[in-house]
Design a protein around this ligand. Structure first.
Ligand SMILES: [Zn+2]
Length: 394
């Protein structure tokens, strides 16, 4: 069977499972689960793989709600990744209910097509993208061991081949003071809330001065316990983002200085905790070109990134730092709809979203097949990866 015949078969095998994939995507949409709690989603997807006679490793990489499975033999190893966590309050406002399902659909269609091909495919169910850098834990736990290329897609409102995903770090900042009766003996207290608000005000002033491609934002998570007690603890969670690693390091220093200065001014103690860094996505050009060509044969056209567009951050950035990979967006909407919104949550269960999920499954499987059947593709992907790394690392 030549490559074109195999790709036709991939399409047919995705179409044959379309109803089952739709049901999974809609059930996961109806039962949104937050980071590391995706037990329903991961077990539904793993159960479905087992019903298709696939041996599944549950809890892959030491993460309870992860899973992995492999098919094929010899040749390169391509990972197809799928997420399934939701957002607090708005459910699947990022469309992750369509990602684990597409990865599973791609994996099964490819498995059914690999007779006589040297190559292995690993599907990895990846928890905790919205919070917690799940893929970083999976990498540390060995789930990406031996992977030559990592492929995934993300639902969006535009077919975009190389979206700008910013590097990002979380700062949990806690200010500690001393409680006192706010009316009887306020002079005995040290006001942690005032310290936090002063730091927040300084941070807001800083935001006017930062580059337009970088972001600082957050929420106050603790502002005290009662209005008649001087707060002895106040806390905020901040996110600092930039496409530039060097500039991100500079912003970290300047944001922290806002709260350190406020702590000095108010006599409070500061306790900052930084998360791991979520890295910039390095889109691998040869793999992206293969994906775009496969999408074209399926009737849609991938667009390049627009200068002013950013899409937040993803732990897929950390994967693409060490493994050649892609993270394109495929539109599930008729026009512009912002992500992380109720409107996007609604779009993520509409017919267009399900059709796009089928297309994504086909294009991901076809791109993995290209890696197996065109040896020059992986060679070029690895060369490009080396060049991207030299360009990104300061
Ligand atoms: Zn997302």
């Amino acid at each position: 069977m030549d490559a074109a015949a195999r790709k036709k078969r991939i399409s047919e095998r995705v179409d044959a499972r379309a109803q089952a994939l739709d049901r999974l995507a809609l059930e996961i949409h109806a039962r949104p689960e937050l980071a590391f709690e995706e037990r329903f989603a991961s077990s539904s997807l793993a159960d479905y793989l087992e019903s298709e006679k696939v041996s599944v490793e549950r809890g892959a990489g030491g993460v309870e709600s992860a899973f992995a499975a492999e098919a094929g033999s010899g040749g390169p190893l391509v990972a197809i990744l799928g997420e399934y966590d939701a957002l607090p309050g708005i459910g699947h406002g990022c469309g992750h209910n369509l990602m684990g399902t597409a990865a599973v659909g791609a994996f099964l269609a490819l498995r059914d097509t690999l007779d006589g091909v040297r190559g292995r495919v690993r599907v990895i169910g990846c928890p905790a993208e919205e919070r917690g850098n799940g893929k970083v834990q999976l990498m540390k736990g060995g789930a990406f061991e031996g992977v030559d290329a990592a492929l995934m897609y993300h639902p969006g409102d535009r077919d975009e081949i190389d979206p700008l995903m910013l590097a990002m770090v979380n700062l949990d900042v806690e200010l500690l003071g001393k409680a006192a009766h706010a009316a009887a003996e306020p002079y005995d207290g040290v006001n942690a809330l005032d310290g936090l608000v002063l730091g927040w005000t300084a941070m807001s002033a800083l935001r006017l001065l930062v580059r337009s491609d970088s972001r600082i934002h957050g929420i106050i998570t603790d502002g005290g316990k009662a209005a008649n007690i001087i707060p002895d603890r106040a806390a905020a969670r901040l996110m600092v983002r930039s496409p530039d690693n060097t500039y991100l390091a500079d912003l970290r220093r300047r944001v922290l200085a806002c709260f350190e200065g406020a702590a000095v001014a108010t006599g409070t103690e500061i306790r900052p905790t930084w998360s791991d860094v979520c890295e910039v996505v390095s889109t691998n050009r040869p793999l992206a070109e293969s994906f775009a060509e496969n999408v074209r044969t399926l009737g849609r056209t991938m667009q390049p990134r627009r200068l002013a567009d950013t899409h937040g951050s993803t732990d897929m950035g950390n994967v693409t730092t060490v493994i050649p990979g892609i993270h394109p967006f495929l539109s599930i909407t008729e026009g512009p709809v912002p992500g992380h919104s109720i409107a996007f949550t609604d779009a993520a269960r509409a017919p267009r979203a399900l059709e796009t999920m089928h297309l994504a499954a086909k294009a991901l499987a076809m791109t993995a097949l290209d890696v197996f059947t065109e040896p020059a593709l992986l060679k070029h992907a690895k060369e490009a990866h080396g060049n991207e790394r030299r360009a990104v690392v300061p």
